[in-house]
Design a protein around this ligand. Sequence first.
Ligand SMILES: Nc1ncnc2c1ncn2[C@@H]1O[C@H](COP(=O)(O)OP(=O)(O)OP(=O)(O)O)[C@@H](O)[C@H]1O
Ligand SMILES: [Mg+2]
Length: 315
Amino acid sequence: MKLEIWTEKYRPKTLKEVVNQKHIVSRLEAWVKKGSIPHMLFAGPAGVGKTTVALCLAYEFFGKEWRTNFQEMNASDERGINIVRGRIKDFARVRPIGADFKIIFLDESDALTPEAQQALRRTIERFSNTCRFILSCNYSSKIIEPIQSRTSVFRFKRMNEENVDEYVKRIAKGEKLNVSKDATKAIYEISEGDLRQAANLLQASSALGKVRKETIYEAAAQSKPEDIKEMMDFALKGKFSDARKKLFDLLITQGLSGEDIIKGIHKEVFNLKIQEDKKIRLVEQIGEFEYRMNQGGSPEIQLEALLAQFMKHGK
Ligand SMILES: Nc1ncnc2c1ncn2[C@@H]1O[C@H](COP(=O)(O)OP(=O)(O)OP(=O)(O)O)[C@@H](O)[C@H]1O
Ligand SMILES: [Mg+2]
């Protein structure tokens, strides 16, 4: 059996296959048709298609020769912008094949200091005749103004539940998997719309057997929101021993770490049906107890003490 990583196996090959990001895809397709593209800045959260779209664009723009005309670099992994500039220079020196220019995709551009970004700006200008730059970042606000104004800025959207569903179905079809509706929902909740994480969860879970909600959570080593919510509800209603039982079930039977549980509590607290100011007070306390746990406090004791705080707010 061939071992394949699903994030790569199911990475779209063409712009048409990209999930959502329609506002971006249609503009890029128009440029491909025209035969010219500007420098670009791709901004958005992780796993929503920034690298993928750049690869698809290169493929559609250059066709067979795309690999010789496309270079991916990471702004943060090499030791400083000078190395990156060196590599850019080496790449830009060799003429593009069957095209007017090459494309340099620079990932994590927002990891560069403002000074390094100034240097990058000069590099972009210097090689504009032979290269188009696509800079990728999480936050466009961390990119200096002179670069922003020299690039077309594309804002990538976070994937919504429907988008995750579409992507999960695509993989399920390809792998002949049976993925239940609530498993897909769990994938969405855990991944928060990061499709890389969605594919990884699915692959890890399928290795554990059938893809069910439980295996998804197991794969993520995260607690199910319902279990956490049930535990918090018990505590809010003053049923401390039931809350405690639930806590032990999570810690011992399900084998979750205290950290997983407190993260789960934090995620769910805003869904509770209590007054807003109580939620805020609880969030403060969650922070406090998380800190104590990280400082070496026993998870059982700290989590029980936190549940006791919930009891106070419930009544
Ligand atoms: N819009 C999308 N349509 C289809 N698949 C996607 C999309 N976005 C992400 N993916 C899937 O998730 C994987 C990771 O996506 P990609 O590398 O494009 O993320 P990114 O936005 O560049 O994230 P990062 O900021 O972490 O670099 C891809 O291999 C692909 O399988
Ligand atoms: Mg990327």
